[in-house]
Ligand binder design. Structure first.
Ligand SMILES: [Zn+2]
Ligand SMILES: [Zn+2]
Length: 133
């Protein structure tokens, strides 16, 4: 294993633009409750659910995510196993996709935080084969 953290190289499922910048995934966010829009930067590190934003998002609030390039919604018709909130999905450049919970503070918010282990392992293997730094 390398000592690097595993950074997920994500891209938009609609337009294919790369959305990972450094260790962050930069997305457009819309807070349904307050009708505020802004940028939200999720951690691209596998299993890390931290994020940064200038928006005011209370714990437990729901956020809708869009691609900042093509403005397509990345919301999925599936719900979080932990809290029942809608999930969003991003493609992984190396292949496959990842889903994450859109509720602030939910552990399912982590990229790769919830998901079936077999699927995660095969994705990890794919990522490990990818020569990037
Ligand atoms: Zn896009
Ligand atoms: Zn959740």
């Amino acid at each position: 294993m390398s000592k690097h953290m595993l950074v997920l190289d994500t891209c938009c499922p609609q337009c294919g633009s790369r959305l990972t910048e450094g260790t962050r995934v930069v997305l457009d966010a819309f807070i349904r409750k307050s009708h505020r829009e802004g940028e939200m930067r999720l951690s691209a590190i596998f299993g890390d659910y931290s994020m940064e934003t200038e928006l005011e998002v209370a714990e437990g609030e729901l956020v809708e995510f869009r691609c900042p390039r093509c403005e397509a919604s990345i919301m999925m018709p599936v719900t979080c196993k932990l809290c029942g909130a809608p999930m969003a999905s991003l493609n992984i450049t190396a292949g496959g996709y990842i889903e994450f919970c859109t509720r602030r503070g939910c552990k399912g918010h982590a990229l790769g935080g919830v998901g079936d282990l077999d699927q995660m392992m095969s994705m990890m293997n794919k990522l490990m084969d990818t020569p990037y730094d």
